[in-house]
Ligand binder design. Structure first.
Ligand SMILES: Cc1cc2nc3c(=O)[nH]c(=O)nc-3n(C[C@H](O)[C@H](O)[C@H](O)COP(=O)(O)OP(=O)(O)OC[C@H]3O[C@@H](n4cnc5c(N)ncnc54)[C@H](O)[C@@H]3O)c2cc1C
Length: 223
């Protein structure tokens, strides 16, 4: 529409001056619905956690993180204390067959097909199939998960842990199979699409918010 956009949503039609897409797991689809060709595809990777049982809480006093492998944007399993004083161990990084699929059994045919029909996915799979299989094995085998944790905390035992929650990473994957590990923002007249806002330090990051707000000021005239 002249001088603005007309958005057709499930809650009706919206008129607006500009559009800022921060849709995480759905961000590439939202971009496509806006007529943009995203330079990446979102491929979901589930991260599963265990939690330390209350009787073994004293094993963890702070955070324990590994040295990251620079080939991957995922850090590897680590130990975290949450604001509610839950002591988490994880997450792993397993290919998810559903974008918002928080269980091992989660499956969505459209999501799975979009991943499996993407060249970038097969290029990644060819390069890192062994790591991918190891992650899947660790997802189903608690003993394997515990072995990975013992590299950081040798005294931890399987019986110290109970299953915790999970999350799904919106991993941007380039057509050449590269796991994008930097911010990716695509712009078009009246629109900003945040297609990758990766960890670390992304969650609720004020400086990322400021950077995007400043672009919105310039591109969308919202300053
Ligand atoms: C297991 C796990 C562990 C992580 N650990 C860390 C960490 O330790 N440190 C760190 O910095 N980062 C971490 N991250 C990454 C961090 O969560 C992401 O980098 C960050 O959330 C990305 O922010 P975002 O705003 O782009 O997307 P999101 O936080 O995913 O927000 C997207 C929002 O868009 C909404 N949405 C989607 N589609 C639509 C639609 N069609 N209409 C309306 N709304 C829609 C969603 O509901 C959601 O609220 C972790 C992620 C996972 C999964």
């Amino acid at each position: 529409e002249t001088g603005g956009l007309l958005l057709e949503t499930t809650r009706g039609v919206l008129r607006c001056r500009g559009l800022l897409n921060c849709g995480g797991l759905q961000s590439d689809r939202i971009a496509r619905m806006c007529g943009i060709t995203p330079r990446v595809r979102i491929v979901p990777f589930r991260g599963e956690y265990y939690e330390l049982i209350p009787q073994r809480k004293e094993l963890l006093k702070g955070l324990i993180y590994p040295v990251p492998d620079p080939r991957f944007p995922f850090l590897g399993v680590h130990f975290t204390r949450t604001v509610h004083d839950i002591r988490e161990a994880g997450p792993n990084a397993v290919l998810a067959l559903k974008r918002e699929g928080y269980r091992k059994s989660s499956f969505n045919s459209r999501d799975a097909a979009e991943t499996l029909m993407y060249f970038g996915f097969w290029r990644l799979a060819l390069r890192y199939w062994k790591t991918g299989l190891e992650e899947m094995y660790r997802s189903f085998s608690k003993a394997a998960f515990v072995r990975a944790l013992q590299r950081l905390m040798p005294e931890i035992r399987s019986e110290d842990l109970v299953p915790g929650g999970s999350g799904v990473r919106a991993q941007a994957l380039a057509p050449d199979g590269t796991l994008v590990d930097d911010f990716l923002i695509q712009e078009a007249p009246g629109m900003i699409h945040v297609l990758n806002a990766p960890s670390p330090a992304a969650t609720a990051s004020i400086s990322i918010g400021r950077a995007i707000a400043s672009r919105a000021g310039q591109v969308l005239g919202l300053g």
